[in-house]
Design a protein around this ligand. Structure first.
Ligand SMILES: [Zn+2]
Length: 188
């Protein structure tokens, strides 16, 4: 399938258009997407695309790195997230892999994290607390960090991609593909 059609957008709205490259030019100019999961202590370089097509094997590796590591549940996440991570990697040109802190979360894990956040904040939820209907439960969100790049710089760039929600946190950026814009966190 064509990347743009999987993303459900026209070429103009495709995150890859942020590269200023037509899809046909991608094959000649492709570098691996480099991802690392501190929780799994695993990292992989994946060839996300073969020409203008998705590489299904690479997607499986990405899903693995995005799994609910607390419960060991693997769910296919929205591949728009991976395309966006690729665009972000290209934008900032970092030498080290993008760190994936959280991708898919089971409802149980999300509820546990929400309770922990509420407990830390004296019994109330804040804008930074995991939402009851978090996009992470829908497998449409990723919390990530680019080594050496301030999260706010990354978060501001994520907003320009127009995929959905952006959350800025002290040590990471939340990005989701809910479709309508949403933002929270200091500086956004
Ligand atoms: Zn998040």
């Amino acid at each position: 399938m064509k990347i743009a059609s999987v993303l459900g957008v026209g070429a103009a709205g495709c995150p890859l258009s942020a590269l200023m490259l037509p899809e046909s030019a991608l094959a000649a100019d492709m570098v691996p997407l480099r991802l690392y999961s501190p929780h799994l202590q695993k990292g992989y370089n994946v060839e996300l695309f073969v020409g203008s097509q998705w590489n299904e094997n690479a997607l499986l590796v990405c899903h693995y790195l995005m799994k609910d590591w607390r419960k060991n549940i693997l769910v296919p996440c929205d591949r728009k997230l991976y395309a966006a991570l690729y665009v972000i990697q290209r934008k900032f040109g970092i030498p080290d892999p993008i760190n994936i802190f959280s991708g898919y979360r089971s409802a149980e894990t999300n509820a546990m994290l929400r309770q922990q956040s509420i407990a830390r904040n004296g019994g109330r939820a804040t804008a930074e607390s995991p939402a009851v209907n978090s996009q992470h439960i829908q497998a449409k969100a990723v919390d990530f960090m680019l080594p050496g790049v301030p999260p706010l710089t990354v978060s501001k760039y994520v907003q320009t991609l127009g995929l959905g929600g952006t959350g800025n946190y002290p040590t990471f950026t939340h990005m989701d593909t809910r479709g309508e814009p949403a933002r929270w966190g200091r500086g956004l």
